[in-house]
Structures are given as structure tokens and as C-alpha cells.
Design a protein around this ligand. Structure first.
Ligand SMILES: Nc1nc2c(ncn2[C@@H]2O[C@H](COP(=O)(O)OP(=O)(O)OP(=O)(O)O)[C@@H](O)[C@H]2O)c(=O)[nH]1
Ligand SMILES: [Mg+2]
Length: 344
């Protein structure tokens, strides 16, 4: 994986450079507006856009042209002037600096310009917020649980993100509030204390717990529990760079096609690491994202970027250590509010 940062006079300019240097397969990791320190906020042309992009060199060898290929003339010179006007509004400036996914920012900039051209700008910041909120909601995908018939959910993800705690929260939620018949299963025989941790939850919630040391045992457990509404499978946290362990996990969980895999990620993880985690865990058939620890940060642009980067739905958000209460079903409105909180 090669990661590189690009600076352009606007988003299009930076993206064009990304494409020229890394090729069309590059993944955009983040974008932000950078203000030159000496002249901060004075004039629009003293801002520039910084885009961080990456390319998997194994999958996409670099294009065969010199790294310093001559830059083509900027295709939309009139946009520079428009961007200047756009960036005068402090709320829009904060939006541009929030490190949001470049294609989203680019689309928004075009809409902002069109609106400004038509009506001369927003009469008050709330109008822009309302528009942005609607656009944020439109951009993300969410999904809810469908508990008709029996379900098997497995929780995978990097170490310590909150997989076991999230599983316990969901187990409590569905057994106490909806009276669902649930069995907990763990295949985490790797970490000392992992079984004890889940045993404690199982005891408190009065739910059966089974331990699957291998795939054959897991298969048997799934068969034996066919009358249950929900089987929740806990897995060991995995270093996303240990591809062999991820393949092992994928093979383990491929035991039954009904197993739905949910990728648990922490909202406190840096954008670039989230991108890599999600890319590596894509070895598994990921059904949804669950984002944990939203209470431990006030900056949600990386969470939002991740939802756009792979276009997978978000199912749950968790917001604390308390079991069962600190979990919520994800909604588009909630995600939009988190981003607005980041910007305001
Ligand atoms: N603040 C906060 N802490 C959380 C949240 N979810 C989990 N935690 C805490 O994160 C820590 C790790 O949680 P676990 O559930 O053990 O994480 P895990 O992913 O199962 O860890 P491994 O199995 O070791 O990979 C614990 O201290 C949890 O209480 C959350 O939403 N907010
Ligand atoms: Mg765990």
C-alpha cells in the first residue's frame, strides 16, 4: 500500500493529481482545507485542499509515466473564483476543513455554488445546516435487524474495539425486551480471559453459552440450536495485517451460509487506519458496520468517510461501557447529527 498526500487549489485539482500519480484505482482516505498560517482566513486563494490517497501496489502496479508528469491546465478555472466566495461563510469553511470524503465535499461544493448563483447565498447558517444535514443523510446507508426467522450474527474486528461488549448489549436487548431465544457462542479460544468475560455476561443474562474450538464444533452447535431465534458468535480480535488469521477466521465462519458477519470498528480510530482495517477485513463477507465508542470522541468525519468508502450499511452505534443500555440502532439522522457536531 502506497499512501501519498496531494495539495491542490481545489478538490478537483487535488483529485486530478491523485489520478495522475496513483492512477484511477486510488482510494481517497481524507480531504481537508488547509489555511496558510501567516494569512489565515484573509483571502480564499490562501487556502488549499489537501487530499490523502492510497493505492494497493500489489493489486494495481503504478502507471507507467514519470511521477512528475506535467500537469494539465486546470479544467474549470471559473471554480476558483466561486470557491473564494463559497469559503467566506464560516460554516462552509468549517465544513471544508472537516476532513470529509472528497467526492462528497466536491458534490456539496457544486450544490453550494449553484445555490449561491441562484439565490445569492444562505440567509442564515441554519439554512445551510439543514441542507447539509439532508445531504449527509442521503449519503449514508443504514440497516436494521430483521429478526423474522432465526438469525446467526458473528462479530469480527480489530482487537479491543468492543466486539464482546456489543454482543452482550444486543443479547440483553433482544432477550429482555423482545423475549427472543438466544444462544451465545464463542470461537475466541485465543485470548486468556475471553471465555470468562462472555461467561459472566451469559450468567447475568441467563443465556446459554457454547464454546466452539473448531469449525466442526461450530457446525454442530448451529445445528443443535436451530430452534433459537438468534445465535450470537463472538470472535477473537484480529490484527488486520495478519492476513493468514483473517483467512482462518473467514474459513471458520463459512461453516454455514446463514452466518452474517458484522464488522465492529471504533469511532476513535484514525481515518487512515479505519480505511486499512475495513480493506483487510473485506476478506470476509461483511454485512454491516457497527461503530463503537462514539462517546470517546467528538470528531466523526472518519466514521462518515468509512461509510462512504465501501458503501456498506451501518447497523448499530455504541456509546458507552454500560450493558445493555449503551447501544442504539443507527439512523441516517443520527449519523448526520454526529457530523454536524464535528463541524459546528
Ligand atoms: N467508552 C466506551 N467503551 C466501550 C464501548 N464498547 C466497548 N467498550 C470498552 O472497550 C473495552 C474492550 O471491550 P471488549 O468488548 O472486550 O472488546 P473486544 O473487541 O471484544 O476485545 P478483544 O476480544 O480483546 O478483541 C472494554 O473496556 C469495554 O467496556 C463503547 O461504546 N464506549
Ligand atoms: Mg472480545
Amino acid at each position: 500500500m502506497q499512501i501519498k498526500s496531494f495539495q491542490g487549489k481545489d478538490v478537483q485539482d487535488a483529485l486530478r493529481q491523485v489520478k495522475e500519480v496513483l492512477g484511477p484505482e486510488a482510494i481517497i482516505l481524507s480531504t481537508k482545507t488547509v489555511h496558510k498560517p501567516s494569512d489565515q482566513f484573509k483571502r480564499a486563494k490562501e487556502h488549499f485542499i489537501e487530499v490523502v490517497a492510497a493505492i494497493d501496489l500489489k493489486a494495481h502496479p503504478p502507471p507507467e509515466f514519470p511521477a512528475k508528469a506535467p500537469l494539465a491546465p486546470h479544467p474549470w478555472p471559473h471554480l476558483e473564483k466561486d470557491r473564494g466566495r463559497t469559503a467566506k461563510d464560516p460554516m462552509i469553511r468549517r465544513f471544508l476543513s472537516a476532513g470529509l470524503y472528497p467526492e462528497f465535499v466536491q458534490g456539496m461544493l457544486q450544490e453550494i455554488r449553484a445555490y449561491q448563483k441562484e439565490s445569492g447565498g444562505w440567509s442564515n447558517p441554519e439554512t445551510f445546516c439543514g441542507f447539509l444535514r439532508w445531504k449527509l443523510m442521503e449519503a449514508v446507508d443504514v440497516t436494521g435487524p430483521e429478526l423474522n426467522g432465526s438469525k446467526i450474527w458473528a462479530f469480527v474486528g480489530p482487537t479491543g474495539v468492543g466486539k464482546t461488549t456489543t454482543l452482550a448489549k444486543l443479547a440483553a436487548h433482544f432477550s429482555l425486551r423482545f423475549n427472543k431465544k438466544i444462544t451465545l457462542i464463542t470461537i475466541d479460544t485465543y485470548r486468556i480471559g475471553a471465555i470468562e468475560q462472555l461467561k459472566t455476561y451469559a450468567r447475568i443474562l441467563r443465556l446459554p453459552l457454547e464454546i466452539a474450538p473448531d469449525q466442526e464444533a461450530l457446525k454442530q452447535m448451529i445445528e443443535n440450536n436451530s430452534q433459537q431465534d438468534l445465535l450470537l458468535i463472538d470472535t477473537a480480535g484480529r490484527n488486520p495485517y495478519h492476513t493468514d488469521k483473517l483467512e482462518e477466521l473467514r474459513n471458520f465462519l463459512s461453516v454455514d451460509p446463514r452466518v452474517e458477519v458484522h464488522l465492529v470498528l471504533s469511532a476513535t480510530t484514525k481515518d487512515i487506519d479505519l480505511a486499512r482495517n475495513a480493506e483487510q477485513f473485506s476478506l470476509l463477507p461483511i454485512r454491516s458496520y457497527i461503530f463503537t465508542k462514539i462517546d470517546e470522541t467528538e470528531e466523526y468525519s472518519s466514521l462518515f468517510n468509512q461509510l462512504l468508502r465501501y458503501k456498506r450499511p451501518l447497523s448499530y452505534l455504541t456509546n458507552g461501557q454500560k450493558v445493555p443500555e449503551d447501544i442504539e440502532l443507527a439512523t441516517k439522522g443520527r449519523v448526520a447529527n454526529l457530523i454536524l457536531k464535528t463541524i459546528q
